[in-house]
Design a protein around this ligand. Structure first.
Ligand code: PHE
Length: 344
């Protein structure tokens, strides 16, 4: 009897170890330990043995049963572990998935480029509020209420009471020139600054007009500052920004805060001045406004009239970005279509 038990146990364990499937192990369990198994018959037959035989066979039979059960459990555990590692298997030769990263908006990229160029020429960066007082946006830069110059820029008014005290309304600033007097009230010349910032105009939008856009203002003030200084700095800046030698041309124009005032053009970034469809065969591209700071502006800042000279210029950032990246519609910038912004 003992021999038989041993034989069944050994055979069971060998078979368990040979089996690779959990379902198959369940069959083995039924075969070896189930109700109809040979082993169960032996256990059932124990009661017919005499006391002595019972003592010898009983514990051996129980031990054998336990050994088979243990072997089954261990094999099931091992198999489950193998299945898990198979699932977690990593193919180290597979090509990696491309991770999408965030990136800067083209306006931010262009703004940083411009700031880099100007700071390398010794300019500092100044800043002012987007919700601005009527005074800094208009009155301080020589555009009092009755001045026709106010009509040049359609304004979003935040508050505009009839009969209010001079300059006390509130606007969304229409130009970065609003920061000129703010800065001058707290700084004495000589200085050179740039003022990048968002501005707003109440106008119908089309391919070249937005109600919300960005400007860049430059302001250089000292005892001897001339139009020639402006020309030099403008040419240096635009040549660096576009990565090729460009010329700047001035045309007489009018802005209330400068005298004399100009509009300025740069030689066409596409054809270099020969004439092409980008510049409508003129060889020039319009960029912005400029001029020598009006003495009334210095006076509004608290400077002694006639003591200083300076030049100011302003241009639209979107327009510059459009030239650089050949973008045909200003509305792309804030249109929210990521297919556009992802290209930069
Ligand atoms: N502020 C003017 C505009 O928005 C541009 C400008 C700035 C013109 C400085 C002259 C000098 O149109």
């Amino acid at each position: 009897m003992l021999e038989k038990i041993k034989k069944i146990k050994n055979e069971a364990i060998v078979n368990i170890l040979k089996t690779d499937s959990i379902a198959e192990l369940e069959n083995l369990r039924i075969n070896y330990l189930g109700k109809k198994s040979e082993f169960n018959q032996i256990l059932k037959g124990l009661k017919d043995l005499n006391e002595e035989e019972k003592k010898a066979v009983g514990p051996e039979a129980n031990k054998a049963k336990k050994d088979i059960q243990d072997a089954l459990e261990k094999r099931i555990d091992d198999l489950e572990e193998m299945v898990d590692t198979e699932k977690e298997w990593i193919d180290v030769t597979a090509p990696g998935k491309k991770i999408k990263r965030g990136h800067l908006h083209p306006i931010t990229i262009v703004q940083r480029d411009i700031e880099d160029i100007f700071t390398s020429m010794g300019f500092e960066i100044a800043d002012g509020p987007e919700v601005e007082s009527e005074f800094y946006n208009f009155d301080a830069v020589n555009v009092p209420e009755e001045h026709p110059g106010r009509d040049m820029q359609d304004t979003f008014w935040i508050s505009k009471e009839e009969g209010r005290e001079k300059g006390t309304g509130t606007v969304l600033r229409t130009q970065t020139s609003s920061v000129q007097v703010r800065y001058m009230q707290t700084h004495k010349p000589p200085f050179r600054i740039i003022i990048p910032g968002r501005v707003f105009r109440q106008e119908a939008t089309d391919a070249s007009h937005e109600h919300t856009f960005h400007q860049f203002e430059a302001l250089v003030v000292g005892k001897k500052v001339s139009v020639a200084n402006f020309l030099y700095i403008a040419e240096t800046f635009f040549s660096q920004f576009f990565g090729k030698k460009l010329n700047v041309r001035l045309r007489p124009s009018y802005f209330p805060f400068v005298e004399p005032g100009f509009e300025f053009d740069i030689s066409c970034t596409n054809c270099g001045g020969k004439g092409c469809s980008s510049c409508k065969q003129t060889g020039w591209l319009e960029v912005g406004g400029a001029g020598m700071v009006h003495q009334n502006v210095f006076e509004a800042a608290g400077y002694e009239k006639g003591k200083y000279q300076g030049f100011a210029w302003g241009f639209g950032l979107e327009r510059l970005a459009m030239m650089k990246y050949k973008i045909d519609d200003i509305r792309h910038f804030h249109g929210g279509d990521v297919r556009f912004t992802r290209q930069f």
